[in-house]
Design a protein around this ligand. Structure first.
Ligand SMILES: NC(=O)c1ccc[n+]([C@@H]2O[C@H](COP(=O)([O-])OP(=O)(O)OC[C@H]3O[C@@H](n4cnc5c(N)ncnc54)[C@H](O)[C@@H]3O)[C@@H](O)[C@H]2O)c1
Ligand SMILES: O=P(O)(O)OC[C@H](O)CO
Length: 432
């Protein structure tokens, strides 16, 4: 068959330069034979057909179901893999049914004999439950747990990143050179990358390091509630890449909606990747502060005050360092204020901070004691934010973020929080 083995430089130019000039196998065949279309005649003249050895083959742009891989299998990783696997079964014309889920594999003590162990991947693939990170939730049988990162991504068209963000750089490093060139990605992580390029969105980091287009998914989504199929909303943000290959051939907003939307998980797809990522990362820092005041027994008014100040700093951080983000995202989208509210009500960051307040233990001990291997991302994010603001000499402009950092890393007493974030009126002086 023509398509399997042959490719042409003109066709490649078409793929790269025009999302509208996509040729099906049949059109391509006709093109080679003869065409009366003036655009094709002109194109033939400018780009004479020339056989090339290795290039994007016709097969690769032919409409085919997308293969999806979820990278990560924690509390949220497994929940999102469940959502995605339920949708791939229902939409076989769009997605390959089997979803790979990369698992950072570990030994789990057997219930009947804790001296013996079983691998987590084996348990997921046979009992269809992630007993460690998402217990008591049945997973679809088309979700395949894979302990090999490279094997899990080898055929993927869509990568869904979903790991605690402190592990991202190592995973991305391992993936280099092992993903298909036109793979598209969505990051469900909440956090930043602070490094030689300054403060970066995790989706931008993935794009820069792997050379692939990456959007984000973020919302008011406590994983255990979504896993139990209690109704919630989320926001997906994605921008079409320059080399977009056309509707039906590439990932776009419609494909992402079908991939993530469930009757119990309502998805809104927008463009504002920066807005939803900033809100998702920074609400974890605010949640720590909320946990401190709750743990001190100060009640709802204090928690509301923290959230008010926190929202202001989130928006200011976005406007200062990511001017492309839209203010309305913070109040119109699930990824904005709704996520702040849910996290501060029942998230892991607030639990860890309350435990710190009640027991006097440090954040890392509290995390270990409460979360059974899960991560409270605010503990790392507040440090990253501090480092970045310090570099910019702007810590005093974000007093709540800075206070959280000082409490977590420098043992500043939590009861000082109100003083640390107080905005003194201009007519109140030190002497008063
Ligand atoms: N859990 C939630 O309710 C929730 C909801 C929305 C977004 N998020 C975000 O999603 C991201 C992933 O969170 P999660 O809840 O799935 O993870 P988690 O907190 O459950 O973390 C546990 C996962 O980390 C893995 N892990 C441990 N050590 C590792 C290592 N060295 N290398 C790679 N992986 C390792 C474990 O195998 C496990 O899969 C986070 O950024 C989080 O903020 C979480
Ligand atoms: O449990 P947390 O604090 O990590 O928050 C989970 C989600 O981000 C809430 O949307």
């Amino acid at each position: 068959m023509l398509a399997k083995t042959t490719s042409y430089s003109l066709l490649n130019k078409c793929i790269y330069h025009s999302s509208r000039l996509l040729l099906t196998q049949q059109q391509h065949y006709k093109y080679n034979k003869m065409s009366t279309n003036p655009a094709v005649i002109a194109a033939k003249k400018n780009f004479p057909l020339k056989k090339v050895e290795s290039a994007v083959s016709v097969v690769s742009i032919h409409r085919h179901p997308f293969k999806v891989t979820v990278i990560g299998s924690g509390n949220w990783g497994t929940t999102i893999a469940k959502v995605v696997a339920e949708n791939t079964v229902q939409h076989p014309h769009l997605f390959k049914e089997q979803v790979e889920m990369w698992v950072f594999d570990e030994k789990i003590p057997k219930e009947d004999n804790p001296e013996e162990f079983e691998m987590l991947t084996n348990i997921i693939n046979t009992r269809h439950q992630n007993v460690k990170y998402l217990p008591d939730i049945d997973l679809p049988h088309n979700l395949h747990a894979n302990p090999s990162l490279l094997d899990s991504v080898k055929d993927a068209d869509i990568l869904v990143f979903n790991i605690p963000h402190q592990f991202l750089s190592r995973i991305v490093e391992n993936l280099k050179g092992h993903v298909k060139p036109h793979v598209r990605a969505i990051s469900c992580l909440k956090g930043f990358e602070v490094g030689r390029k300054g403060v970066q969105l995790l989706s931008s980091y993935i794009t820069d390091e792997l050379g692939i287009q990456c959007g984000a998914l973020s919302g008011a989504n406590l994983a255990p509630e979504v896993a139990k199929e209690h109704w919630s909303e989320t926001t997906v943000a994605y921008q079409l890449p320059k080399d977009f290959r056309g509707e039906g051939y590439d990932v776009d907003h419609r494909i992402l909606k079908v991939l993530f939307h469930r009757p119990y998980f309502h998805v809104n797809v927008i463009d504002d990747v920066a807005g939803i990522s900033i809100a998702g990362a920074l609400k974890n820092v605010v949640a720590l502060a909320c946990g401190f005041v709750e743990g001190l027994g100060w009640g709802n008014n204090a928690a509301a005050a923290i959230q008010r100040v926190g929202l202001g700093e989130i928006i200011k951080f976005g406007r200062t360092f990511f001017p492309e983000c839209k203010v309305e995202t913070y109040y119109q989208e699930s990824a904005g204020v709704a996520d702040l509210i849910t996290t501060c009500s029942g998230g892991r960051n607030v639990k860890v901070a309350k435990h710190m307040a009640k027991t006097g233990k440090d954040a890392f001990t509290a995390e270990k004691e409460l979360l059974n291997g899960q991560s409270a991302q605010g503990v790392i994010t507040c440090k990253e934010v501090h480092e970045w603001l310090d570099t910019c000499e702007m810590t005093s402009e974000f007093p709540l973020f800075e206070a959280v950092y000082q409490i977590v890393y420098n043992n500043v007493p939590m009861k000082n929080l109100p003083d640390m974030i107080e905005e003194l009126d201009s007519f109140v002086t030190e002497d008063d």
